[in-house]
Design a binder for this molecule. Structure first.
Ligand code: DCP
Ligand code: CA
Length: 407
């Protein structure tokens, strides 16, 4: 296999850095994000200034306060971090389609396939760093190597704010003196065992035969053998976005009553938007489908500039399309369906733009209740009209004719 060119990029002190950006008076100060000093809970993260006091992510807030009473404590706002994260990934996707989101503020990019686009990968990697820092206003650390593990270790070396590339052929030199706990495959227990036999650095591991590592740690030992040599064949994992999400149903008998038709449509929109939420998808196209008693099928679609996920808004569009479509027909219907397509994974939200979270929060709240009490535990009045036609199971909702729908 050809040598790959992998970039690992990670925002420094992410939540804390965002807080400083939003409130410049915090600049240069120890900032602790996650709650106020006497609240229960732990720090989500803290600025590098706070780290000097021994504060770290996961530490109880009270303890943070004991170590760093002069720190600025903020509760934080996940929606804002999410928006920054989305902008971060939008920029990265401009450089290659091969982007893996390792977490909100951490990504792997594989430039290998984009060889013809870039004269120098190294220059491109530096450019990615500059662009992100300029457009987000946050510092990032960037590491480059021939695979994911090397790139991530390079980032560790680069932190905070730096750039480090492990050049071809210099992997051994880079790895040799790193402490063994730098490798993800060496947990605390393995560290104890290895230290007993006086193995402190990654280079020390090279002396141990593969079979010895295997007999000491089983499959984990195999992993250690490879990791310590900087071998890692994992691909940069790019989750694919489905082409569309849809729900449709044939009626038990052909249906003419507009109100009942809309009740079906509402229920189908409800099921469909549940999938959109579960998959973090937003749709640029909403389409409805109607099949008449003579089997003629028609669709109507609407293109949206701002993609949608919300049940309320999507249903309104579906209703308009549907009423427009059936207005011209006197036939009864045998099927109705709704489809969301041209899907994207990022929430359509530009930074700093006032954004109401109400609808989104409502969706999540509904999901929570349904998780506990079943899909049928929350339905709109319109959907409830289906009571007169279908049997109802609190867990599954209405048992429509199309089996796939109620699963
Ligand atoms: N995070 C969290 N709880 C944790 C760890 C992290 O809520 N136990 C959040 C807050 C972090 C963000 O995730 O800002 C990213 O996590 P990182 O591990 O990348 O840590 P930071 O970005 O804060 O610091 P750095 O990467 O510079 O070490
Ligand atoms: Ca980070």
């Amino acid at each position: 296999m050809n040598r790959r060119y992998i970039i690992h990029i990670d925002i420094d002190a992410f939540f804390a850095a965002v807080e400083v950006l939003l409130n410049p008076s915090l600049k240069g100060k120890p900032v602790i994000v996650g709650g106020l000093p006497h609240e229960r809970g732990v720090a989500a993260t803290c600025s590098y200034e706070a780290r000097k006091f021994g504060v770290h992510a996961g530490m109880p807030l009270r303890k943070c306060y004991q170590l760093c009473p002069q720190g600025s404590f903020v509760r934080g706002n996940n929606q804002v971090y999410q928006a920054f994260s989305e902008k971060f990934f939008r920029i990265l996707h401009e450089y290659t389609p091969d982007v893996e989101d390792a977490s909100l503020d951490e990504a792997y990019l594989d430039l290998t396939r984009c060889r013809p686009l870039y004269r120098s990968f190294s220059a491109t990697a530096r450019q990615v760093k500059q662009r992100v820092e300029k457009e987000l206003g946050l510092k990032v650390s960037v590491g480059v190597g021939a695979n994911k593990i090397l790139a991530k270790l390079a980032t560790k070396r680069a932190k905070p704010g730096g750039f480090f590339e492990i050049e071809r052929g210099r992997e051994e030199e880079f790895l040799r003196d790193l402490p063994i706990d730098a490798l993800p495959g060496i947990g605390p227990k393995a560290q104890v065992v290895l230290r007993l036999v006086n193995i402190q650095k990654i280079g020390d591991l090279w002396g141990l035969p593969r079979s010895t590592l295997r007999s000491l740690f089983g499959q984990g030992g195999e992993e250690m053998y490879l990791q310590s040599r900087g071998i890692d064949s994992r691909p940069v994992f790019t989750p694919t976005v489905p082409k569309s999400v849809s729900r449709e149903t044939t009626f038990l008998e052909d249906l003419w009553d507009r109100r009942l038709l809309l009740a079906h449509l509402a229920y189908l929109c409800d099921r469909m938007t549940l999938s959109l939420r579960q998959e973090h998808l937003y749709a640029h196209i909403i389409e409805i489908k109607a099949r008449y008693s003579d089997f003629k099928t028609e669709v109507r679609r609407r293109l949206l500039v701002m993609p949608l996920q919300e049940m309320g808004k999507i249903y309104k569009i579906a209703e308009e399309l549907f009423l427009g479509l059936v207005a011209s027909s006197r036939l009864a219907l045998r099927l109705v369906g709704v489809k969301a397509s041209d899907l994207v994974r990022a929430r359509p939200l530009s930074l700093y733009e006032p954004y109401s979270e109400r609808a989104e929060k409502l969706g999540w709240a509904v999901d929570k209740v349904r998780e506990k009490y079943g899909f049928g535990s929350i339905l709109t009045v319109r959907e409830k009209m289906l009571d007169s036609i279908y049997s109802f199971e609190p867990r599954r909702g209405f048992v429509l004719k199309t089996a796939s729908l109620t699963k």
